[in-house]
Structures are given as structure tokens and as C-alpha cells.
Design a protein around this ligand. Structure first.
Ligand code: F6R
Length: 609
């Protein structure tokens, strides 16, 4: 999704804003641009060469005069209008003295576009964003102050978005405003910044602030009619600039995969106190409210949804509360029956996925309690929920999630144990023991990761295949879904996931000797059933890979290849069986010469519907 960086203050360098955009690359983009604003006017450079756009901009940075005081930058993920040079941001008004960058969608864009065209404005792009610049121009022409014009136009825009605007007439001030879409303020060394995400400004800022919604904030020199930074709430960002540097690996995907044990361990340790008891990071409701819960719904998208599916088993197992899990984009348009003994859990790495935020917001409005499981302190999901569990995975740059997935499962497991204890289904000693055994899974994750080269060697005969099926039952079905998603995302191959028992109800018709079936068969109560399902697959001539616990030769005899993982308690098995599948997706994508960090068409943080 679009990324925004804007900086103002003594000697802001275009290169600093450019570096910020580079650090937002993971959000996904197809064109980019920057503007330098001075009293004499606005200079804009843009590039629309897909994922090479930033490289192209870099070559032209010197065209922006050094020693400026105000620079705004943008990476665009096309929504309205193709990813062309003309549609790339920043956009300007007819005078060329109002410049803006925008993230999100203006829902009433057609009507507003018609209006500005009727008023005689000349539109240079097909975007919804440019229309905003012309409406602001009209506000100025009607005698409004810049901040007033921004506020007045913003109040007419329907939808979720973030906007950063600068004016040649005020070259020491930038204005920002947002509704649902992410935008934060950061400051350091006497300079101030707007950014879509903290990693963009980690090396230039030392303090970070939340932005309120629907309110114009001015950074830099104070401006008439706008709120200054004094009204902002500080954010405790504990990430460091080096956390987003690629060191020692070819890709962030591989680096973050290798960090998985540490991410899981840091998450779980932070949610267990010194006495082995539970920690809830932010609990804005009385624990009594959680004790009386009678139903839990977990919502999320993609990989986070899959963590939620694992969470269902864990919560039902430990807390004995019925759980349903839904894809956030579906849930938000249902008419769920909710009341105050119902908890809706939003799982989101970024805490900014619009679908998840709106699903949780809707549940809160209907009277449910809400919990956020997120990796980003101060993200919108964390702010709106009644309680928060943070995953401590550090920044995740690769579009495809790895380390945050196991961290989410770890956090949900601890929440399940917490609820189990709170509701009296577990004695404190039992809960402590369960937490301690979960903490020990970190070493099994590390041990599985240490086998990466072995997994890749075993998978070599399969890298040319183009049809994969992932099967598992019970706790392993979400793992199968995650394995298929990783492979689809990174390799663009057809990969399907099914509950192993469901195959014979239809999908088995697709199997032949070209198909590869990856069967998840850890030693659990359904192992024999899955072994029988593997026999069904073999009988149709498909090639089989099994993921099994160490010391399970029987599973291995049924497969062309076995990927063994260290044995853990069956209830924790999704935390280790997912690892060979993450390795597999990376290995196949690499063998196909694909970019592991920025798969085509994808954005890391999906802030549009
Ligand atoms: C998969 C992936 C996406 C995200 C999804 C939700 O590897 O990265 O499917 O999991 O877009 O994002 P968050 O967790 O930020 O809400």
C-alpha cells in the first residue's frame, strides 16, 4: 500500500526522505515520487518503473536542490489509475503551489472529480488524490488559511485515508490528517516528520507520536488553524534502525525466517511474569469482564487469519470457550450476534489492516469486548481494543510473514491459558506448567531452523513441480493453509490446502502423478487417520512429502521425502511443522529466480478494502 514520508526542519536532505521511502518498500509499491517545497515553488520528481521506481528516483535526487527545509515523498500502490508517471504522487493543484501525497481511497471521488472539472480545473492524472489538491486550491482561493482548507476538504472526503499536504506559501510547515489509515509523527534533531510507519524514520527520529483522526496536525513551524505536535500522544517505539537492515542474508524473508526462534521466545517471555504467571500488555477492562466471556471470535487476514485458526484449537482446549474464526473482510459484512460476554480478537502483524480494524471496530460498536494481537505498538488495532497482546517479533520487512506468525500463535496460546486459568479450568500450577512448556518450544523451533539446508536438499526433486496440495487435520489444517499461502505468495504456483479428510469429497479428483501432496502428520491423535489419507493420495499416483516428528519411520515410508521436525507436545505442533513449509516456499521461489521479499502484486500492509 502507499507509503508516505515527509520531513521539515533545518537542512532536511531529499536523501533522508528517500531513505525513509526505501524503508517502506516492504509495503509494496509500483511508482514513487518526491517533492521539495520552497518559497519559490515546488519541485517534483517521479518514477513509474514498477519496483525499480525508487532506484530510478535515486539517480535523480541531485536534481532536488540540497539544503531544503521541506521534502515529501511517496510510494504508490495503484488503486485509481494505472501505475504511470502521471498518476505517481506527489500531486499538485493548478497553481503548482499546493502539493500532496495520499494513502487510501476517496470513496466519493467520482462526484468530486466531476465537481472540480466543472469548476475548470485541469486534472493531470486519473487519481482520486489529485482531486484533493484542486479542492484545497479552491479553499485557498475562497480566502481560507491552509490548515482550514485542508480540514474543510478532508471533511468532504468519504473513506479511509491519510493525507500530507505542503504549501509553497508556508515552506516551513507540513500538514497531515488521517482517518483509519496509518500516519504517525516523529521528531529528532529539531526536525519533524510524518510517516506511514515507524521504520521509515527510525534513523532520523528519536520520538514518535500517534496522530488523532480527522484533525489537521501541523509539523515544523506553527500554523494558524492547525493543531501542533503538543496535542499528540507519545508512542513507545522500541525498534532500532538496525532492526530493519538486511545483514548476512540475501533477503529479509530468509533473515526473518532465521529470527523465528528469537521472535517466538521474546514474545512468549514478555507475556509471562517472573513467577510464571500471565501478562496482558494493555488491559483496559476489568479481568472480571473476561472471566464472564462465553464466546470468542477471532478475525484476521492471510497469515494472521491462519494464526487465528490455530488459536481456536488452543482457546477451546485450555479455556473451554466456543470459538469461531473468520476472515476479517468477510466478518465485517456479516450481521454477527454480539453482546458483552463475547470477545472479538483481531490478529494483525501490522495492526493496520483495514479489514481487521473495521471488523474489530464494528464488534466493539455492537457491544463486544475486543482484544488485539499485534506486532506494532501504537498501531490502530492496539489503540481501539480493550486489551492488547504484543508480539515481540521486531519489524517484519518481507511481505510474506514468517516470524510474526509463530509469535502470534505463541501470544494466542498464552491468552488461551490465561483464560483457562481465569475461568477456573486450569489450576495456577497447571497454567504455569503449560506456559513453561510453551516457552520450551523456542528450542524446537531453533532446531527445526537449523535443518534448513537439509530440508532444501530433500526438496530439490520437487522444485520443478507446479501443482501442490497441502493436507492436515485438526491443528495441522491451519498449517496446511499457511504452507499453501506462503508458496502461492512467493512462487505464484497453484497451491491448495485441504483438511486431509475432505480430499475424498472432491479435491482428490485433481490428483495425478504430476501433483505433489505435502501431508502434515505429527504424532497426535489423528495421525493414523492422516496416514490413511496419505494412502488414498498414493493410490492416485501423486508424489508425497510428509512433515513428521523425529523418529517416525512409518510416516517416512509412505512418502517420497520426509521433512522431520523435533517432537513437541501435539498442542504446540503447529509452531514447528510450519517451519519446513516456510523453508519450502522460500527455496522454490529462489529456484525460480523470484524476489522473496516483494512478491508481485502484494503489499505488506493492506490499508484499503
Ligand atoms: C502473508 C501475509 C499476508 C498478511 C495479511 C494480514 O504472508 O503477509 O497474508 O498476513 O495481509 O496482514 P496483517 O497481519 O498486518 O494484518
Amino acid at each position: 500500500m502507499c507509503g508516505i514520508v515527509g520531513g521539515v526542519g533545518p537542512s532536511i536532505q531529499a536523501a533522508e526522505v528517500f531513505d525513509g521511502l526505501k524503508r517502506l518498500e516492504y509495503r509494496g509499491y509500483d511508482s514513487a515520487g518526491m517533492a521539495l517545497v520552497g518559497a519559490e515553488g515546488v519541485e517534483v520528481i517521479r518514477a513509474a518503473t514498477g519496483r525499480h521506481s525508487l532506484d530510478e528516483l535515486k539517480g535523480r535526487l541531485s536534481r532536488l536542490a540540497p539544503g531544503a527545509n521541506l521534502v515529501v515523498g511517496h510510494t504508490r500502490w495503484a488503486t485509481h489509475g494505472a501505475p504511470t508517471l502521471g498518476n505517481a504522487h506527489p500531486h499538485t493543484d493548478c497553481t503548482g503551489r499546493v502539493v500532496l501525497v495520499h494513502n487510501g481511497i476517496v470513496d466519493n471521488f467520482r462526484e468530486l472529480r466531476g465537481e472540480v472539472l466543472a469548476l475548470g480545473h485541469e486534472l493531470k492524472s486519473e487519481t482520486d488524490s489529485e482531486v484533493i489538491a484542486h479542492l484545497i486550491e479552491d479553499g485557498l482561493a475562497a480566502g481560507m488559511e491552509p490548515a482550514e482548507a485542508v480540514a474543510s476538504v478532508f471533511s468532504r472526503l468519504l473513506g479511509h485515508m491519510a493525507l500530507v499536504v505542503a504549501f509553497a506559501q508556508l515552506p516551513l510547515t507540513i500538514f497531515g490528517i488521517r482517518r483509519t489509515s496509518p500516519l504517525l509523527v516523529a521528531a529528532g534533531d529539531g526536525r519533524s516528520f510524518f510517516a506511514s510507519d515507524a521504520p521509515a524514520v527510525l534513523d532520523v527520529a528519536t520520538s514518535f507520536y500517534e496522530m488523532p483522526e480527522d484533525r489537521v496536525i501541523a509539523i515544523g513551524e506553527p500554523a494558524k488553524g492547525a493543531a501542533g505536535t503538543s496535542v499528540l500522544v507519545p508512542l513507545a517505539i522500541d525498534w532500532a534502525s538496525q532492526d530493519v537492515e538486511l545483514v548476512g542474508y540475501q533477503s529479509f524473508y530468509e533473515m526473518e525466517l532465521a529470527q523465528e526462534g528469537e521472535a517466538f521466545s521474546d514474545t512468549v517471555s514478555s507475556l509471562i511474569d517472573e513467577d510464571g504467571g500471565a501478562v496482558v500488555d494493555e488491559l483496559k477492562v476489568d479481568p472480571y469482564e473476561l472471566k464472564r466471556l462465553r464466546k470468542v471470535t477471532v478475525v484476521g487476514c492471510g497469515t494472521s487469519y491462519h494464526a487465528g485458526l490455530v488459536g481456536r484449537f488452543l482457546i477451546e482446549h485450555f479455556a473451554k470457550i466456543p470459538v469461531e474464526v473468520d476472515v476479517a473482510s468477510e466478518y465485517r459484512y456479516r450481521d454477527p450476534i454480539l453482546d458483552d460476554d463475547h470477545l472479538v480478537v483481531g490478529v494483525s502483524q501490522s495492526g493496520e489492516s483495514l479489514d481487521t480494524i473495521t471488523a474489530v471496530k464494528g464488534a466493539a460498536a455492537a457491544g463486544a469486548k475486543t482484544l488485539a494481537v499485534t506486532n506494532v505498538i501504537g498501531s490502530q488495532l492496539s489503540r481501539l481494543a480493550d486489551a492488547v497482546l504484543y508480539t515481540r517479533a521486531g519489524p517484519e520487512v518481507s511481505v510474506a510473514s514468517t516470524k510474526t506468525h509463530v509469535s502470534q500463535v505463541g501470544a494466542l496460546a498464552l491468552f488461551a491459558i490465561y483464560l483457562g486459568e481465569l475461568k477456573g479450568h486450569m489450576y495456577p500450577e497447571e497454567a504455569r506448567e503449560a506456559r513453561s512448556s510453551l516457552r520450551d518450544v523456542a528450542s524446537a523451533i531453533e532446531a527445526a531452523l537449523a535443518r534448513q539446508a537439509g530440508y532444501e536438499e530433500s526438496l530439490a526433486p520437487f522444485v520443478g513441480s507446479d501443482r501442490f496440495f497441502f493436507i492436515g487435520r485438526n491443528l495441522q489444517y491451519p498449517v496446511a493453509l499457511e504452507g499453501a499461502l506462503k508458496l502461492k505468495e512467493l512462487s505464484y504456483l497453484a497451491a491448495e490446502a485441504y483438511p486431509a479428510g475432505e480430499l475424498k469429497h472432491g479435491p482428490i479428483a485433481m490428483l495425478d502423478s504430476e501433483a505433489v501432496v505435502v501431508a502434515l502428520v505429527p504424532r497426535d491423535r489423528l495421525r493414523e487417520k492422516v496416514l490413511a489419507n496419505i494412502e488414498e493420495v498414493r493410490a492416485r499416483g501423486a508424489r508425497v512429502i510428509v512433515v513428521a516428528f523425529d523418529g517416525d519411520p512409518e510416516a517416512a515410508t509412505l512418502a517420497e521425502t520426509a521433512l522431520f521436525v523435533p517432537e513437541v507436545r501435539p498442542i504446540w505442533s503447529p509452531l514447528v511443522t510450519v517451519i519446513p513449509l516456510q523453508v519450502m516456499a522460500g527455496a522454490i521461489a529462489r529456484s525460480r529466480g523470484l524476489n522473496l521479499d516483494r512478491p508481485r502484486n502484494l503489499a505488506k500492509t493492506v490499508t484499503v478494502e
